[in-house]
Design a protein. Sequence first.
Length: 281
Amino acid sequence: MVHPYRSVLYIPASRERALEKARELAADAIIFDLEDAVSPEEKVRGRELLARVLSSTDFGARARIVRVNGLGTEWAEGDLAAFGTHPGVDAVLLPKVNSGADLDAVGARVKAPLWAMLETAKGCLNASAIASHPRLEGMVMGTNDLAKELGARFRADRLPLMAGLGACVLAARAEGRVIVDGVFNAFKDEAGLRAECEQGRDMGFDGKTLIHPAQLEIANEVFAPSEAEVELARRQIAAFTEARARGEGVAVVDGRIVENLHVATAEALIAKAEAIAAVAV
Ligand code: COA
Ligand code: MG
């Protein structure tokens, strides 16, 4: 069964208290961060702390993703040595991936599936090649870095980021990869977060990366199929099955046509709801 990625929470590897708390938080996945959220002075201590925590802590159904420092940095080798084959790591997330070659460069040192941050102009332009890399499992939008590189301004409708977001969703879906939207910085603005989650969900993202536990509930709700959606999906499948039994290829439910492609969507929606119920965090 597919793992849900509605809520993907960043936790700085240097924050012991936050790492401890993670076991109780309703996150589908956790990104243990060694990169942007950890200061240069804390990099080595954070790495050692995280390696210990991942060895000794049961995170339940939460996927454990470690974001290492970029390949050009002085910490990359140590990060890969510490987490590339660590049994407590479900995936290694590489920052600022520009091409498939960046994934090749770590391939041999990492046993777990690879995830890629899409947060550069080059990365977005090469999204298709990155998504098709055989080791890649998931993609994460780095919208703060992308906006910085583009010289784009923050807007509630995210219009300046749409070309990049859209290119990455297309690439992920073309290859059947997981894709998670970028963070919403104003972690006390619930209405703003909800609107951005809904926008990402409507575009096809699997979920949203989050920076604070207060954001979990909204992301979990918005990215899960609602009861009404599940109920409609069941009725569509039943109506289509009846239509097929009559030798017809199209059914009508609530005044809308249902063809076999809609049935596939309905089945995927029910599978997603079941996967969410199975993790029940
Ligand atoms: N994961 C898990 N727990 C977290 C957390 C996180 N990302 N952020 C905060 N918490 C915990 C705190 O430890 C605190 O727990 P406690 O009350 O039991 O001690 C509780 O949630 C409330 O925290 P709060 O005081 O509201 O926030 P803060 O001022 O301590 O931290 C941030 C605010 C933004 C600095 C912090 O949330 C953070 O570092 N987020 C992650 C940033 C990040 O990873 N960025 C990289 C990707 S963009
Ligand atoms: Mg970044």
